[in-house]
Design a protein around this ligand. Structure first.
Ligand code: NAP
Length: 249
């Protein structure tokens, strides 16, 4: 496959200022896409875009705090204005607080569902119809292995991503017939800025899978880039496990 296989595509990656999102932005740019790096933190955003440009890629930063439907719709509109169109949407921004159900405050519940569920929902609502009108597009949602099985302490986070899994299939049904492929990656423990605070717990979680170790962000990004490309042209509505084999055994 030609290494510039995403040339001519505009890709919007949310949460691209850190971790899996930053690795995805870098890889999509390396494959030729014009990448729109979204996040709240402008200095992290500028350093991600500067690194992409230093490697000959095309990237711009778009600041967005994705806590409301209007913020998501506004980001989608700005991305469309800047890129001319959005061909690839990576719904990556997410938060994953863990803890007992009984200790979950309402504002924490609302924050998880606002970023993990509502923001992708309204980004898709704003962008997928235009993709469908053009007859092509690819949407990749970030999900997790703990949307597939119950784990104590993960009720809030896991349920938000279980919603994302069903949305992935619903959107595949809704937009797939008009050329828009919608898929998800079911991610296992991955070393990112966000999981750094988990310390040894991340490695311990990873020991339950055949791979026996956490992933690098690049190992997740490579599957996202595949799903974004025409190489995945017959893949619709899939939740692809990228978890070192955890949900398989
Ligand atoms: P991370 O390092 O914690 O980065 C999270 C990203 O989300 C940052 O770029 C952050 O950017 C952005 N973000 C946070 N709150 C936001 C808000 N209110 N509005 C807009 N952007 C916001 O995350 P990660 O570990 O790479 O995880 C990325 C995705 O993979 C998430 O959806 C996560 O649930 C999923 N996942 C991760 C793992 C793992 O082990 N790492 C496992 C399974 C699934 P700013 O701070 O600049 O806003």
């Amino acid at each position: 496959m030609n290494s510039s296989y995403l040339a001519g595509n505009v890709a919007l990656v949310t949460g691209a200022t850190s971790g899996i999102g930053a690795a995805t932005a870098a890889l999509l740019a390396e494959r030729g896409a014009h990448v729109l790096v979204a996040g709240r933190d402008a200095s992290r955003g500028e350093s991600v875009t500067a690194a992409i440009r230093a490697h000959g890629g095309k990237a711009d930063f778009l600041a967005a705090d994705l806590t409301t439907a209007e913020a998501a719709r506004d980001l989608a509109r700005r991305a469309t204005d800047l890129g001319g169109a959005v061909d690839v949407l990576v719904n990556n921004a997410g938060i994953y607080p863990f803890g007992p159900t009984a200790d979950t405050a309402e504002d924490q519940f609302d924050a998880v569902y606002a970023l993990n569920v509502k923001a992708p929902y309204y980004l898709v609502a704003e962008l997928a119809p235009a993709m469908a009108e053009r007859g092509h597009g690819s949407i990749i949602n970030l999900s997790t292995m703990v949307a597939d099985f119950g784990m104590a302490g993960m009720a809030l986070y896991g349920s938000s991503k279980a919603a994302v899994n069903l949305l992935t299939k619903s959107w595949a049904a809704e937009y797939g017939p008009r050329g828009v492929r919608v898929n998800a990656v079911g991610v296992g423990p991955t070393r990112t800025e966000g999981t750094a605070q988990m310390g040894d717990a991340l490695g311990t979680l990873a020991t339950h899978a055949p791979a026996g170790r956490p992933a690098s962000p690049q190992e997740i990004a490579s599957v996202i880039a595949f799903l974004a490309s025409d190489e995945a042209s017959f893949v619709h509505g899939a939740i692809v496990p990228v978890d070192g084999g955890r949900v398989a055994v």
